[in-house]
Design a protein around this ligand. Sequence first.
Ligand code: M6R
Length: 612
Amino acid sequence: MCGIVGYIGSRQADKLIIKGLERLEYRGYDSAGIAIINDGLSIFKKAGKVKALRKLVANADTSGTVGIGHTRWATHGEPNDINAHPHTGNSGRLALVHNGIIENYGVLKSALIAEGHTFDSETDTEVLVHLIEQIQKDGNLALEEAVRLALTRVEGAYAIAVIDRDNPSVLVGARKASPLVVGIGEGEYFIGSDASPFLDSTKRVVYLDDNQIATVSLENGLQIRNTANEEQPPFIQELDLQIEALEKEGYEHFMLKEIYEQPKTIFDAMRGRISSKESRVTLRGLEEYANRFVRANRIIIVACGTSYHSGLIGEYLIEDLARIPVEVEYASEFRYRNPILSERDIVIALSQSGETADTMAALELAKSKGALIYGIVNSVGSSIARLTDAGSYIHAGPEIGVASTKAFTGQVTVLTLLALSLARKLSTISNTYFQTLVRELELIPAMVEEILQENDHIKYIAKEVKDHRNALYLGRGYNYPVALEGALKLKEISYVHAEGYPAAEMKHGPIALIDENMPVYVTATNPSAYDKIVSNVQEVVARKGRVIAIVNKGEQAIAKIADHVIEIPSTEEPLTPLLSVIPLQLLSYHIAVELGRNVDQPRNLAKSVTVE
Ligand code: M6R
């Protein structure tokens, strides 16, 4: 959560840093701040979004070519000006920004108070900068060495950037369990929580590993050591990312842009991996470990939020097609419940950001027990991508809207490829069915395109239902996880209470909620459960619930009794989630816009959850 930017070079730092913070706002937007070295150390910080910071510095002297910045998702201390980063020590010499949680900050703070330190904020971060300051003063040390020694005393997770007024030629960054990347430009260096802040200046990057400390200076370039003081040769990568991917390109919101990108992103997730002509599905990451997969006792999928929902679809797909037992677990539960794991298990992590703290911890646990760990990740070079034994990127490009959309369909696409590939290896489905699924899968991008043309109709429905404060989402089989995802999309961006249920579960409790004020979104596109869903819809209608149904083109029975119907193309049942989720994404988007919500940056949320 929290975004970090740092710059050292010959250009004016504040402009680059503030623009960078705007690109990182998806990580948190409770407050923002910058520290610039000029004659002294100037710090500007403000509760609220980066635009409040922009206003604050508009008439201030922010000249200087070295600086750091931060956009915050509050953990310790409420989101106000004082708790905003950067923080500084008592001497005012150092400024530090931090993403993560210093878990032993209480003990450290007491020790520092005993040495005469006084604190202004309620943050754990302020303790860290005081600790570095004290160590630097005691040993008369260079900034990087003081940072290193301080970090050996810290427990928890951090990505930090630090500057020193008395040594303006150096910028120091370090990471442990929170991402940090160094950008190498022409006569300038950047630090970022990801590469987006500096992508228009350089694509040459070094992703730091845990316990690494990067020191950049214009004289000596980039040097990396670990907290054990060993030199670490930097591994420079060239990113294949276009700046346009970070812009709205004419859309009102990133979420809408990302919904509309799905025909392309689903195609990109399949590109080179599938061919109906050759009757082939190939996932390179899987091929390397094919024997382990084929002999696996079971597959366990760990994930959070939307990624957990795509994991549930993965369970249906892999069990249905490849007949390997699958369990899906919230990473946050899995990591703490002493799970039974062996070398015959495969743990698949699903993550858009590749930085979710709970998912990473679940993977580390699985690795320690000898399970093979496989990542299905969007962010290239992210921590999860680097931690796993093997994996497949979904190639959806940067997802900036906090509500995940294209990453969900990208994950489901890759899970479908995985299930098909395993089914082929294990001969659990016929060649004819394999071929049918592959052919249909190739048609999915065009079908998504067709659904997007229903946007105006969906917008109209959104206007009709926007004032209801509750909603139920129902689906069966493959569409049950889609119902969960629809409910999550609505609540996170419109703040409307919504719950997803398997349609048949409704009569075991939720039916008591149904009256004329309860919109019920029913996804009824799976032929195998069709008659049963028609009965469930009848039950809702009998209690005066308002039914918004997603059905296959030409469907009659539900269309006759529902208040609103959205027709989508029909496809093979295992592929239905890739289509049925699209109208639910659009409905949530339009309802949130109608309610005047901040769609891309909903309250209390952050795109990447790098704390527990
Ligand atoms: O980056 P990840 O996929 O690991 O993130 C998991 C969840 O935090 C994420 O899906 C979250 O639920 C989204 N806001 C949902 O739209």
